[in-house]
Design a protein around this ligand. Sequence first.
Ligand code: BES
Ligand code: MN
Ligand code: ZN
Length: 510
Amino acid sequence: MTSFTLRSASPAKTKADAVVVGVVQSSPTGRRSAKESGPHLDLAPGAEDVAKAYGRKLRPLLASLDVKGTVGEVTRIPTSGAIGAPMLVLVGLGNDPQPADLRRAAGAAARAVTNAANVAVALPAEAPEQVRAVAEGWALGAYTFTTYKQDTTPDDTTAGEVVLLSGAARKKEVVTALEEAQVVTRAVAATRDWVNTPPGDLRPPAFAESAQTRAKELGKGRGAPKITLRVLDEAELAALGCGGILGVGAGSSAPPRLVEITYAPKGATTHLALVGKGITFDSGGLSIKPAQGMHEMKSDMAGAAAVIQATFAIAELGLPVKVSCFAPMAENMVSGDATRPGDILTMYGGKTVEVLNTDAEGRLVLGDALVRAVETEPDLIVDVATLTGAMVVALGNKMAGVMGSEEVVAKVLDAGASAGEPIWAMPIPEEMKQRVTSSKIADLAQHDWVRWGGGLFAGAFLREFTDGRPWAHLDIAGPSYNAGGPDGHLTNGGTGFAVATLVDLARGLA
Ligand code: BES
Ligand code: MN
Ligand code: ZN
């Protein structure tokens, strides 16, 4: 794992193997002649003395390399002694770079710097938000998952030592921002690891055990955060009457689990409950999915992974907020014991649900867990789930949808904005309530065959288990997994989406 340090040194004089600087596009000004083509480029704040070292040669050099300055564009230049480091890495920041642009750019730069043991990063880093964005972007862009590769020679990993150059390197807020960014990125990386792990190696018992192992590690040593983690097994779930979790897990030879974590620091005034969908593999069950893309359903536990890791990060940061975390884990499989369409499940708390499509399993495990959460009497509940393809159709695969109580939705939107995770508010129209309560033989219908608004129907279904408490549901079916190539701080596979947002949500409540 990469180590980060802060220093207020000069990027032109530093002896690192490579120096990273930003390129910004300045907006057209009156000074520009009409003949000039292409964007007007400058080195970004932080790189002043590198610009000075190149002097008037800089612009022609950028032009000859066809540098455009778009966010995440990377150009490498051997410096031939122009500055202290042998390699200059230019990364585009667009015009007027915001923290989200810095995060993307740093992620792209991290992957471009391959044969350097140590790197000095001189991107804009005066404000704590900027330091945070650069550190997070770099660490996450450099993420790799090599557990299942035989050949992991060191040269396909990125720089081990990163020095962030900042004029504010000694400011307390900046030092803290870097420390906190590292806690968050470790949690995001751990979330990605869980999501990327093959589903046969992370069935519910293994997933629960892995969470428990991490909780024990975290609780060790002096000054360690006080967290308790309990794993409920299938017998305990049966005793409680968690019909949703048991019903979904019935077709698997690996029994379901419910992981419950509590972090209750002294002096907490707000109590946040987090609930995450933990389907370790979603075959669809008897309402089986098509073969194409089914392997990606190993990521159907991304919500559980995110809430667990966010809870750990909140505890590590020592935020003064009580957190109760609930992660129902089940494998949705096909067998002679699998739940059938037409079956009725009695959920924890007693509501009955008519199952009409075994592929709408997430809402079933979440229903039980939401009722468990409600029992702890939290001030607000946020659930996170790879719940519906309909949300991906609506918002694409980079943005999550959020719905529920107005005030909680607003808090989640704010947290997403400061964490740099795109989230869009969705409604729960009145008609959904009727559809959800339309079963002729049970309290609730888990599904109907009207496709329209499928993501909103799911939200309305979940709301039935919240007992009117302040609640928001975050559907991360799109952004939790990146089936394509790396893009900024996102790498292929699990993205760890929602971890940073949840940590910022807790920060906002503190
Ligand atoms: N896990 C899926 C949702 C999903 C789809 C996640 C695409 C990630 C990417 C969920 O369990 C599911 O199968 N949902 C169904 C619901 C339907 C049967 C009402 C869907 O979206 O098709
Ligand atoms: Mn499903
Ligand atoms: Zn699912």
